[in-house]
Design a protein around this ligand. Sequence first.
Ligand SMILES: *[C@@H]1O[C@H](CO)[C@@H](O)[C@H](O)[C@H]1NC(C)=O
Ligand SMILES: *[C@@H]1O[C@H](CO)[C@@H](O)[C@H](O)[C@H]1NC(C)=O
Length: 391
Amino acid sequence: PGRIERKHSDKDNKPVMGTGPSAPNLAALVLSPFPSSTPLTLIFFLFFYAKRLHPKNCLGVRQFAETMMCAVLYDAANSFIHQHFVEVSMSEEFLALPLEDVLELVSRDELNVKSEEQVFEAALAWVRYDREQRGPYLPELLSSIRLPLCRPQFLSDRVQQDDLVRCCHKCRDLVDEAKDYHLMPERRPHLPAFRTRPRCCTSIAGLIYAVGGLNSAGDSLNVVEVFDPIANRWEKCHPMTTARSRVGVAVVNGLLYAIGGYDGQLRLSTVEAYNPETDTWTRVGSMNSKRSAMGTVVLDGQIYVCGGYDGNSSLNSVETYSPETDKWTVVTPMSSNRSAAGVTVFEGRIYCESALQPPHGHLAPSSRHAQQALPTRSCLPWKQDVCLRGL
Ligand SMILES: *[C@@H]1O[C@H](CO)[C@@H](O)[C@H](O)[C@H]1NC(C)=O
Ligand SMILES: *[C@@H]1O[C@H](CO)[C@@H](O)[C@H](O)[C@H]1NC(C)=O
């Protein structure tokens, strides 16, 4: 199922559906009235499939793209597979893959998984699907996945207890190696590097970024550094185009946004976005107001900045940024002016809590309170929520 099948009936020599209504078979039908591969049909099926990728059909579509030598569609299907690996690994198409394809897939850095344990389960499900034939491939599969990245409890309670693993000498060695990784951290450098490299190493997920800030002399910085918790190491990224302290940061769709801030002289309305895959910063749409020390959150794929300080006063204004349109829109202001507020998202609402600050002044304890908002596009008003205890 899901494979490309262009069956020809004897009578009229037109392609007909193969087994099951999978996407590639449909393509054969759709394309049949056209002479093969005119630019028009190519563009047509690109749109047709790129829009219809689904965990249940993406492996078939990738195969189809390969047969048609269509690199754009192949890449689109491939990144879809990586992005939705867990769902893909539960599909019939995945279970029917040949060994080479499974090996290739589970070796990819780009797999989007919460933990390596999901890759282990996928590999094991593939073996169990045809235990007789595939059992002997288990050692090869287990050595392609990154067992040391599984939790020790999982290695002990799940991997080691599995009957397929238990009756395979090579597999037990691999589990021991993974356990040693946890037991003797000092020997980690001796392990094959790929087996301890976290997945998705080209995306922001799993890394910590330090963006701008002040040095000890009080100068604003454009320096950006990234910390890899697995390698236990900080590295410098490409610096921002502007020095920014008290800058707002947010991550949306794999891009890291540095928003406004203070460059040492002025509060900024400019915004730039960092792409970790290319290590580059690109200017994007500017905010309507200059602000530093604002609260920044992401809700439903949109960035929200709340309040902040423009150089003269604390602000009550709130703006939202849509990465699709590259535009900042002013939405309902908060009921109070706030700078350096704590903001967070909880169950679809933005909560903003801070001391209210007079322009340069002292905190006014009596006026501290928490607020909540329903920041939908319809811009329902901010509502006062319960105050923090003890304030
Ligand atoms: C701050 O106030 C000064 C003087 O009133 C004005 O010139 C300046 O534009 C103000 N800055 C901002 C960011 O509003
Ligand atoms: C509150 O913030 C708004 C802009 O967000 C500003 O125009 C106004 O002057 C501020 N009010 C005070 C009292 O600082």
